[in-house]
Design a protein around this ligand. Sequence first.
Ligand SMILES: [Ca+2]
Length: 276
Amino acid sequence: MTHSVAQRILSANRVLGLLCLLGLSGLSGLLSGCASPGDVATVQRLVPRVLAEHPHDPTAFTQGLEVVDGHLWESTGIYGESTLRVVDRATGRLLGSVALDPGLFGEGLTALGDGRILQLTWKAGRALVWEAATLERSAVWAFGGQGWGVCRLDDDTLVMSDGSATLTFRDVDGFARSGGVEIHLDGEPVDRLNELECVDGTVWANIWQADRIVAINPASGRVTVVVDASGLPVDRSGLGSDDVLNGIAHDASTGRFLLTGKRWPTLFEVEFVPEA
Ligand SMILES: [Ca+2]
């Protein structure tokens, strides 16, 4: 594809997105690739309301967070320090932990739904598959490019981020690529998509270095909700420039989200509410 053709397609997509935003669903709905009528509402602006605070290991460079069968699973990064761990959310105490090969940098993680946990690595092109019951590694799946975040959208589909504005769809078994979608907000690409959380067909994503979380319709790529998390009352006194918001998990038993950051001392239990 030539650059000019790509630009024309991009421009066409932006016009289409504008039609959707203007609510011209009768016209835009005739066009392939337009969002569904239920997807054309104004972007919601929300903030987290803190319902509880729990201790979080201030040495954990959090890269992935997910509640699996009531237990909080976490992936941490940094070469030589990366781990896969199970955490008691109330106390922050480790219930189980395994160290990664020093040459691997841990990234996002998600349950595969069959007693296994998939953990991404950053630049090694390897996804590690762990047995949740024993913390034994049972497979390694290869993939191209960088690994940032991952979540399981449905029984067959994983969603992966790589720091760009594109989310990649992959098979739950074997990690083969099955598609992708560019994420956009008001017609503009949204890059630096990082840790992910799939909740009832919606993909929630941390934006790297932005104190912002977005909700994404994975069919259209449209951002439907923007959460400004800059008001979370985290003690930043011991944090460095890399120690940013990262880590979003949904607890289906309460409907609440769990949020933390890289080396943050606190895990926040929150709900998302309209800005005051
Ligand atoms: Ca997550």
